[in-house]
Ligand binder design. Sequence first.
Ligand code: FBP
Length: 548
Amino acid sequence: MKKSALQIAREAYQPKLPLGLRGNVSVKEGEPTQSVADQEEIKKLFPNTYGLPLVEFVPSEEKKDYAPINVGVILSGGQAPGGHNVICGIFDMLKKQNPESKLYGFLMGPGGLVDHDYKELTADIIDEYRNTGGFDLIGSGRTKLELEGQFEKGLEILKQLNITALVIIGGDDSNTNACVLAEYYAAKNAGVQVIGCPKTIDGDLKNEQIETSFGFDTACKTYAEVIGNIQRDANSARKYWHFIKLMGRSASHIALECALQCQPNVCIVSEEVEAKEQTLDEIVEYIAGVVAKRAAAGNNFGTILIPEGLIEFVPAIKKLIAELNDLLAEHAAEVDGLDVADIREWLCKNLTPANAATFKSLPEGVGNQLALERDPHGNVQVSLIETEKLLSEMVGKKLAEWKKEGKYVGKFAPLHHFFGYEGRCAAPSNYDADYCYALGSSAAQLIANGKTGYMAIVKNTTAPAENWVAGGVPITMMLNMERRSGAMKPVIKKALVRLDGAPFKTFAAQREEWAENTCFIYPGPIQYFGPSEVCDRTTVTLALEQNA
Ligand code: FBP
């Protein structure tokens, strides 16, 4: 692989570890835990892994002896900057504990475990990937690990390679599955520990115990850089309105963070749309209002941030999706094999009249995405829905009406952008490089201390890295029961933007001014070398949430 100058310089970066993970480590255990909701049901479903204590790693005088072990690692779901450093952290800690220990990577996601596709990760391979973006070291995939048959196939290869612990690096769904797998292996005394790591650029795997999911920091900084550049271009030429859709399947954390970093004219927050029960038309009216007001002041330009998950949060569409999920799950056999036109017709007949009307009102491509094109976890593939175009078209129509009525006097020239994939594999920021390395090291410590059904965590991350606090949280603590594909299932509660949280309140307090005036901020590219206040800063979201 030919390397860029930055890659070569970056290889030498030594991620900063919390004090608790630097030398000899001992374990401090907290009180038994409970799930966030539905305690009785979750306890019944997870008799072996429910109620475990929180764990914290603290420096110790005592040097322990560690027997050699073999560990497997899986990258699951969408890429997120820093995944390679998690693996490097696991590798270095394992080798430090005992140089005879081995790390195996299962290839292309959870499917690699089931299909017995793996490679041993040796020092020469690992060294090539330190502080790099991407998941190409072992690849990733979205195979859902949920069936007993898959668990058994996995166990075959784990036994064959004498692997006694598996680390699953993934988002909320993958960590839910890690929890189920941990329980399954514990129940049958399989001798395999399962540990999760919180990954996703979406930032929606966070709670009291998890400050942030890795990758969110780098992805947002990457998007904020280009949004800032677009804003400077817009402010220079003063002739375009930029409709910018931002990744984040469900929650609007990415859009909100980019707004806090860049101060655009408009940022839609899906969670607010849902709470205020806004219709698509009301959102369009709001955006058109901002465009018209700026036009009246001679400003026919601006930026509008749109979270990609928006469509699912518009209450009428949300109701439609919920009914589609149940209906299609219940009548899978009937619908299977029909072509798209026939399924549409079938749906129009079988949906309740209100949902059928919503379905028919959507452009055909959008309706098909909602009804027919799901990922293996059953999620609507919102990245593929061009909400930015849908909205700008509707805004254009509204402005044309207002023009006729004499309510609008500007020029409206929209341009469209979607920022998602370009941020998922960027070279991790110092924050993500350090955070991920610490998460990997924690995962190895959880394994060494015999834990299973835990997620590796690192807290206090707005402080200097030596003061970060590493440990583990029982995954069952984060579970609640939710309706999925027509049935109630235990899942990790997804963290949406809280309208009473500091990040949203900070945004809401300033958005009117940002809408009317040009208050753009130009954050510039991620910096890896230089003053700490530039290179090590966290996201604004994290700083506000931690009151740092
Ligand atoms: P994860 O939840 O697996 O981390 O993936 C997040 C994400 O990047 C979303 O923001 C986006 O909607 C989705 O993945 C895109 O999926 P794909 O990579 O399959 O196109």
